[in-house]
Design a protein around this ligand. Sequence first.
Ligand code: ZN
Length: 319
Amino acid sequence: MPAATMNSVLGPIGPDQLGFTLMHEHVMVAASGLYQAYPDLLGQGPEAKGIEALKKAKAAGIDTIVDCTTFDLGRHAPLLAAVSKGSGVNILNVTGWWLDVPRFMQGVGPNQMAREFVRDLTEGFRGTDIKAAFLKCAADIDGVTRPLEVMARAVARAHRETGVPIMAHSHPATQLARRQIEIFKEEGVDLTRVKIDHCNDTTDTEYLKWILDQGCFVGLDRYPGRITSPAMRTLTLKRLIDMGYGDRLCPSHDCICVAIHNERPDGTMPDTHAYFDHNRDQYLYMHRHVIPMLKEMGTTDAQIRTLFVDNARRFIFGA
Ligand SMILES: [Zn+2]
């Protein structure tokens, strides 16, 4: 049964309000508590910067973004609410964990963390009435380490209790989804409610086909990205569409518009941060570069709509 509504940072929204959706983005990436403790590290006017970037996205036809910033990535829910309000873009935020489990948290267990994540989804982030929409867990080049396995199992258990979908930050070069999916299976997760992210860091369509054949969605969510070229990323996307998997692919940027500005070696401060310098198109890269290339390769408007509208709706609200 599809969910009737899903939590955005400004309150519940229905499937018809989703529209054109980017499934893996960020407004801000920092560190837990940094926005309150050291806001000046984030440059001039972080909130205005977020609103400006997402206003441009809205004008280009982007209706919704999923903000994948967890607690350990520095989530500040009131910032997301202000940016959503100021830009008109729906923002869905996540609970769960990314890669940074602090030393003094390494003894926590999956059931106690699951309870906290469920509260983020059902009651809201403590001290606010802003609720998470999704669950997220992560592992990378070091594999699913013990603390990250606790978080993955906690996320799986919170999913079992609430039915909300899971996104998993993954590392395709080591085919890490094989282990992540094994954990989800042990925990009884519905794999059609799982999205394995960062899958366009590889061009290995045999491995990606294996993930898709488990029933999962695949996030092709790094643009322009590093190591793999943007053009190879789009060729891989097209190849997966041609293999018949167009209804479970989610292209996105992993864009960050507010981040720490780093002092230059000569002591001066730049006006922009490294992520901006890497992707000056920000949330518009897809419209300016990827969609035109897909069309050039013969992808139809209906197939593009499936990628950015239908897949998001089906993954977020359930089939
Ligand atoms: Zn991300």
